[in-house]
Design a protein around this ligand. Structure first.
Ligand SMILES: Cc1cc2nc3c(=O)[nH]c(=O)nc-3n(C[C@H](O)[C@H](O)[C@H](O)COP(=O)(O)O)c2cc1C
Length: 197
């Protein structure tokens, strides 16, 4: 069973993000899920002496170490992302910049929301994911105006987001394919155990 770190990128008190979170969580039954809610983290702004790509797992604070271990334990990531000024949130960039090996050789899939379903934020995230040596999953879930307004009118999430079920299914199929492939490849790349003396 693959372990997903489900990252919630919005840190706002009154965020919309809780709707996609409530919708997707019960649908991830075939996975172990760790909800990494950026609102709950006290991660400082990036201030490490060397880039994480050069010096793996060199944490300078307890908050960094704790999050690093959670990301390390994941076989892949699903990010629920908002869109601010055609980009993704600063809190999310801070997390992405803090780590490297914890993310690399793993898939990352996206659930976005906004005027165009968060797609501009998602496209930027795909570029960043490649630099982190990740596999961005092709299909994303894009929550648009009709779903947004249905939620505002009090329609339950399952009903409001019903038109997105197919995209979610295809996204999870892509995610699982890449999680299978990359988990096997990471395992094969581990150094062989030393024979007992
Ligand atoms: C500063 C700011 C910039 C925004 N820019 C965009 C944008 O570029 N595209 C978009 O679709 N929505 C934009 N919005 C609207 C957000 O998508 C909306 O506020 C959303 O609810 C934010 O996610 P959250 O409620 O989970 O924090 C913007 C909102 C703010 C406050």
């Amino acid at each position: 069973m693959h372990r997903i770190a489900l990252i919630v990128a919005s840190t706002r008190t009154t965020r919309f993000a809780d709707n996609p979170l409530a919708w997707i969580l019960p649908k991830l039954t075939g996975f172990e899920v760790d909800v990494v809610d950026l609102r709950d983290l006290n991660l400082p702004y990036y201030d490490l002496p060397t880039p994480p790509a050069w010096s793996h797992r060199q944490y300078s604070s307890e908050a960094e170490r704790m999050l690093g271990e959670r990301l390390d334990a994941a076989d892949g990531f699903i990010v629920i992302t908002n869109e601010f000024n055609h980009g993704y949130s600063a809190a999310l960039k801070n997390v992405l910049d803090h780590y490297f090996i914890e993310f690399s050789h793993k898939p990352i899939a996206f659930v976005g929301y906004g005027n165009v379903g968060g797609s501009r934020a998602i496209e930027q995230l795909r570029q960043v994911a490649i630099e982190l040596d990740m596999v961005p999953v092709k299909v994303s879930v894009n929550i648009m105006g009709p779903q947004f307004f249905a939620i505002r009118e009090g329609v339950p999430v399952d009903e409001a987001f019903a038109p997105l079920e197919d995209a979610l299914k295809r996204m999870l199929e892509g995610f699982t394919w890449w999680a299978d492939a990359t988990s096997a490849a990471r395992l094969a790349a581990l150094p062989a155990a030393q024979p007992a003396a």
